[in-house]
Design a protein around this ligand. Sequence first.
Ligand SMILES: NC(=O)c1ccc[n+]([C@@H]2O[C@H](COP(=O)([O-])OP(=O)(O)OC[C@H]3O[C@@H](n4cnc5c(N)ncnc54)[C@H](OP(=O)(O)O)[C@@H]3O)[C@@H](O)[C@H]2O)c1
Length: 260
Amino acid sequence: MSFDLGLAGWRALVTGGTKGVGAAVVATLRRNGATVMTTARSLPPAPEDGVLYVAADVGTAEGCATVAQTALARLGGVDILVNVVGGSTAPGGGYAALDDATWAAELNLNLMAAVRLDRALLPGMIARGAGVIIHVTSIQHVLPLPESTTAYAAAKAALSTYSKSLSKEVTPQGVRVVRVSPGWVETEAAVALAQRLAENAGTDYEGGKAIIMRSLGGIPLGRPAKPQEVADLIAFLASSRAGAISGTEYVIDGGTVPTA
Ligand SMILES: NC(=O)c1ccc[n+]([C@@H]2O[C@H](COP(=O)([O-])OP(=O)(O)OC[C@H]3O[C@@H](n4cnc5c(N)ncnc54)[C@H](OP(=O)(O)O)[C@@H]3O)[C@@H](O)[C@H]2O)c1
């Protein structure tokens, strides 16, 4: 049996698609025949052939409106929306270091970008009676790390609950809504962090990785996930092969979360 995902002719919008997980999702959907548009604040020096780019800050309402309008104008509609964008710029220092502006920034990027883009693009999906929305959350929504990511983890928890509620509302109208919850992923940024930690501790790259894994309480698999592994899961969930899947969360963390 072939495992063709059958994405030819599907129109996909992927946020945060120039680095890390998002870049792998863009390349994977494209390889499988989808027409792909992606967005980031700055465009890559070497854009992927055949991928449409729009530069915008989706941490703002205006940026989200620009992305949604451009996607509708250039693609004529969106069949797959993969909300990958997310991350944290909060300082260390626990709850006391998180002022209102930091909370707002973390919520805008990790929750509101998806809320705003979904709201703009769902009407077209509902009118066609078909579509897929994927929200990339994080295991931190059940395993928060209080030193610097309380606001990020709380925003991802809100994203997860929002995603579940949305799935209940729009799945009967033909739109599947699914969550993907990664643990540590070995992106370019993660490699740089492991290298920095390794230098500070006077060890090698594997030693740097071990420091990060220890901070997570260990990864039973013994390694982070690769961006391509997360992208493969997302591409499957976006395809009609996953046509009976909606309203659920897929954890990809090598066993990091110690329960469930
Ligand atoms: N990496 C991990 O270990 C890990 C673990 C759990 C969950 N996740 C989640 O997985 C998703 C992807 O993470 P990642 O580590 O692969 O990301 P990443 O490597 O940091 O890449 C982030 C992407 O988003 C874009 N971006 C960032 N801020 C933006 C903004 N305000 N407006 C528009 N685009 C923006 C970046 O481009 P520009 O900088 O040019 O804007 C880039 O393309 C996130 O939701 C993250 O929370 C990651």
